[in-house]
Design a protein around this ligand. Structure first.
Ligand code: NOJ
Ligand code: CA
Length: 538
């Protein structure tokens, strides 16, 4: 395996709307990010993944792009963007951007021309006289009628996100041009949105399922692999950059085909199996979280994948400490344990804004607190099925993507130091005590643990490049070894909210969330306890 820079980089995801507002309009922006570069540097971030900042009508907060070469005025100007790349570069921080090429916005010029009847642009999308039975990722239908015509267009997401036709070479050329435009500005790569669904083999009806009928026609198709190989050869291989694919419904074998070193497609992918461990089929139907299911999914990906992109949070998922930890009695301990988990696995670690201070799910109590298009679509569908309001709210509040999108909690003042205006999304009331300013004063805090854990990882070949081997996972205690040459790092994570026995391990304790220093004195692990030991074999 090559040791490219991106394998050992600590990547910090920023959801720009929610990070830091510099001009008081209630929306986070690019100058706001530039203001916080020193914070990110001190944390140990090597690379920022910027969720979309392109021009967009914001039906899906920027994942509906209306101009791929323009910055949305809410976020600032192109000069602000260039300044961010420059200032980040001065601190040794690289930037990757979101590449959303399964669909555009319906307000994109291409789609507008297509609607106006321009044949060239009609062929950029899927316009058909006959609909098929496919289901949308957001629930509901996938075909929207063209006004004034007996014609429909395909949208796997919202109707404002028409799917691009990847059979059309013009679409390929346009996207190559867009990628070069940003790479020439000095960015270091892309996070490729739902990349394994872009190429539709056919538009035939799909086998009926409760959700996503039709997916056998577009999931990880050979056509998609071919496009990825071509994008790599024609564009990406000419730059010092990397790609991480968001790949839905893939197992490790399929993931390897998308990012294996010899394949020359993507460099790494985000899997979802571990994110599905607390759901029954659909994410809206939760089942109680059981550590053993999370561990089983992680262990499987560790063993079977050539490389992984590790994460416990992003802008689409509930907060990890609310989900896999305990925000009532052990927030600090469980957030630190989850930090160690994410940073000790083999692969490139991604940290989502606010994760490093143990931010929790939003404290929403009515539907009008929620902005996310997906949550509103689902609410509409549940209403049609006459699901009572109480149940609908319960399902939505614990799963809504807005849980991760509440503004970053910088301090304990009324708007959490995020804005001087009215925040676009309600700020969690717990910002009074969960915030960066407070964490920065606490040498035993979650943020301090993140900094120490990142620093430790950076000097450890075993954690950055070593092999992975599970030692134990009985009783919800996840213990594994990372070895490189004669160096061995052992990680033990009690993922339970109760005490558990310590598996047999050796070495010198180098990280602990309960201030432990002597292994011999430990027989029982505390709730959410993590111990990391280091050993050198002769
Ligand atoms: C995945 C993105 O992460 C999500 O936020 C978005 O809604 C969909 N792709 C559609 O672009
Ligand atoms: Ca702003």
């Amino acid at each position: 395996m090559n040791k490219e820079w991106w394998r050992k980089a600590i990547i910090y995801q920023i959801y720009p709307r929610s990070f830091n507002d510099s001009n008081g309009d209630g929306i986070g922006d690019i100058p706001g990010i530039t203001e916080k570069l020193d914070y990110l540097k001190e944390l140990g971030a090597d690379c920022i993944w910027l969720s979309p900042v392109y021009a967009s009508p914001n039906c899906d907060n920027g994942y509906d792009i209306s101009d791929y070469k323009a910055i949305h005025p809410d976020f600032g100007t192109m000069a602000d963007f260039d300044e961010l790349v420059k200032k980040a570069g001065e601190r040794g921080i690289k930037i990757i951007m979101d590449l959303v090429i399964n669909h555009t916005s319906d307000e994109h010029e291409w789609f507008q021309k297509a609607l106006a009847g321009d044949k060239k642009y009609r062929d950029y999308y899927y316009f058909r006289e006959k609909k098929n039975n496919w289901g949308s990722f957001f629930g509901g239908k996938t075909w929207e009628k063209v006004p004034g015509e007996e014609m429909y267009y395909l949208h796997l997401f919202n109707k404002k996100q028409p799917d691009l036709n990847w059979h059309n070479p013009d679409v390929y050329n346009e996207v190559c041009d867009i990628m070069r435009f940003w790479l020439d500005k000095g960015i270091a790569g892309f996070r490729c949105d739902v990349i394994n669904v872009i190429y539709k083999n056919s538009l035939d009806n799909g086998k009926r399922r409760i959700a996503l009928t039709g997916l056998e026609h577009y999931l990880s198709t050979e056509g998609c692999h071919e496009i990825l190989r071509r994008l790599n050869k024609d564009v990406l291989s000419h730059y010092d950059c990397f790609t991480v694919g968001e790949t839905v419904f893939v197992n490790p074998a399929q993931a390897n085909l998308l990012m294996g070193e010899s394949r020359k497609e993507l460099n790494m992918v985000f899997g979802f199996e571990h994110m599905e461990c607390d759901q029954r089929g659909l994410k809206w139907f939760k089942r109680p979280y059981a550590p053993k299911r999370l561990i089983a999914a992680l262990d499987k990906w560790q063993r079977e994948c050539e490389w992984t992109a590790n994460y416990l949070e992003n802008h689409d998922q509930p907060r990890s400490v609310s989900r896999f930890g305990d925000i009532e009695d052990y927030r600090k301990e469980s957030a630190k344990m989850l930090c160690a988990l994410n940073l000790c696995l083999r692969g490139t670690p991604f940290i989502y804004e606010g994760e490093e201070i143990g931010m929790t799910n939003g404290d929403f109590d009515k539907m009008s607190d929620i902005q996310d298009v997906e949550s509103h679509t689902i609410n509409g569908i549940l209403k049609k099925f006459l699901i009572p309001c109480g149940i609908r709210m319960k399902m939505i509040f614990r799963t809504t993507r807005d849980n991760a999108r509440t503004p970053m909690q910088w301090d304990g003042t009324s708007n959490a130091g995020f804005t001087e205006g009215v925040p676009w999304l309600r700020i969690n009331a717990n910002h009074e005590w969960i915030n960066v300013a407070r964490e920065e004063q606490d040498e035993n805090g979650i943020l301090a643990f993140y900094k120490a854990m990142i620093a430790f990882r950076k000097q450890s070949d075993a954690l950055q490049f070593g092999d992975y081997e599970k030692i134990d996972s009985k009783t919800g205690v996840y213990a594994f070894k990372r070895t490189y040459g004669n160096k061995c790092v052992t990680v033990v994570l009690n993922m339970n909210c109760y005490n558990a026995g310590l598996p047999e391990i050796s070495g010198k304790i180098v990280m602990s969330n309960y201030n432990r220093s002597d292994l011999d004195e430990i027989s029982t692990l505390n709730p959410y306890e993590v111990l990391i030991t280091e050993r050198e074999d002769r």
